[in-house]
Design a protein around this ligand. Structure first.
Ligand code: F6R
Length: 369
């Protein structure tokens, strides 16, 4: 039931504040993250982990790429993010102090399932982040942290993605607590940031009309580029994926720092480029670098659409369009910046008369190789 929305995707995008709130529910007690599902390992076992390998496909892998920044920053454990289908055919080195963290909305993605089985056989501990109760991947894992985003019907993943990041951040904060890598004050502060996200996503959704207008102007685009840096990089990749799968437009995401190493050659007059800009307050060291990237592409005629924090005045002179997101600590910006990119892909596909719930050639759950 679409509940009055024009598509399941529109409904699910709008449900994102609740999806995150439901994932957090019951896992934060007196401002402290406690994940009961991890209790059986004992804090000592979690404290002994020397390395984390995240395995997933598609959008779920981008959630993993975002989480890498948070886990390394908070829990000080090295994290590798791998596509399940590359991981399982690569003879990866796994030891019994390696934790394999799988991420899957459906819990049935064949390559991720096989990667989990491979990891278990190699002696690693496997924890899954999953949205579907009782699915195969959680059954094959040592433990599961469910995202409680509710059923996701549209083929393109949206609310499951933000719920995955929320669950991964809960995991990271739990790990940081048992490993003693963040002070109590820091733990409380980051947890409060996480709790504020549902409301900030709701505020971000209010940009819907502006994004629809932009999308309507851009239906003839032949290629769209997305740039991001730090946690904005996987968001650029996710923005590009959404546009490919929904609107069938060639789209690429790049790390903004790579621009000079090749991608800037693509810039010609009129080329649309979305840029996810880090906060000038929270990321004072990165913000000017991204602004300078914007100047470089603008000088070559790019049509620049900027996703920037409310009040970021430095981007205004160089942007053709600015989409604002609420203030948040740097690691939390992806949960907000992704929303306009989801809306853009959905609105552009809609403007082209395409079925946003059932894009061509795609299945919701990829249970074959
Ligand atoms: C993109 C999308 C896919 C899935 C991927 C993994 O919008 O939906 O890229 O994210 O197929 O699926 P799950 O999470 O079910 O393992």
């Amino acid at each position: 039931d679409k509940g009055g929305w024009s598509s399941f995707m529109a409904k699910e995008v709008s449900e994102q504040p609740d999806a995150v709130a439901n994932t957090l529910r019951g896992r934060i007690v007196d401002g402290v993250v406690v994940i009961p599902e991890l209790a059986e390992f004992g804090d000592d076992a979690l404290a002994r982990i020397r390395r984390i390998v995240i395995i997933a496909c598609g959008t779920a892998a981008y959630a993993g790429q975002v989480a890498k920044y948070a886990i390394e920053k908070w829990a000080k454990v090295p994290v590798d993010v791998e596509l399940s289908h590359e991981f399982r055919y690569r003879d990866p080195v796994l030891e019994n102090d390696t934790l394999v963290l799988s991420i899957s909305q459906s819990g049935e993605t064949m390559d991720t399932l096989m990667a989990v089985k491979y990891a278990r056989e190699a002696g690693a501990v496997a924890i899954s982040i999953c949205n579907t109760q009782g699915a195969t991947i959680p059954r094959e894992s040592n433990a599961v942290i469910y995202t409680h985003a509710g059923p996701e019907v549209a083929v393109a993943s949206t609310k499951a993605f933000v719920a995955q990041i929320a669950a991964l951040y809960l995991f990271a904060l739990h790990l940081a607590r048992v490993r003693g890598t963040l002070s109590s004050a820091e733990l409380l502060e980051q947890t409060a940031e996480l709790q504020a996200i549902p409301e900030k996503i709701a505020t971000t959704l209010l940009q819907g009309d502006a994004v629809r207008q932009l999308a309507t102007w851009m239906t003839d685009s032949r290629a769209v580029l997305f740039l991001g840096r730090h946690v904005g990089f996987p968001i650029a990749l996710e923005g590009a994926l959404k546009l490919k799968e929904l609107a069938y437009i060639h789209a690429e995401g790049f790390a903004a720092g790579e621009l000079k190493h090749g991608p800037i050659a693509l810039i010609e007059p009129g080329q649309p480029v979305f840029v996810v800009v880090p906060s000038p307050r929270g990321s004072a060291h990165l913000h000017p670098k991204v602004v300078s990237n914007i100047q470089e592409i603008r000088a070559r005629g790019a049509r620049v659409i900027v996703i920037a924090e409310q009040g970021d005045a430095a981007v205004l002179p160089f942007a053709d369009t600015v989409i604002h997101i609420p203030l948040a600590a740097p690691l939390f910006e992806p949960l907000l910046a992704v929303v306009p990119l989801q809306l853009f892909a959905m609105e552009l596909a809609t403007a082209k008369g395409l079925d946003v719930d059932q894009p061509r050639n795609l299945a919701k759950s990829v249970t074959v190789e």
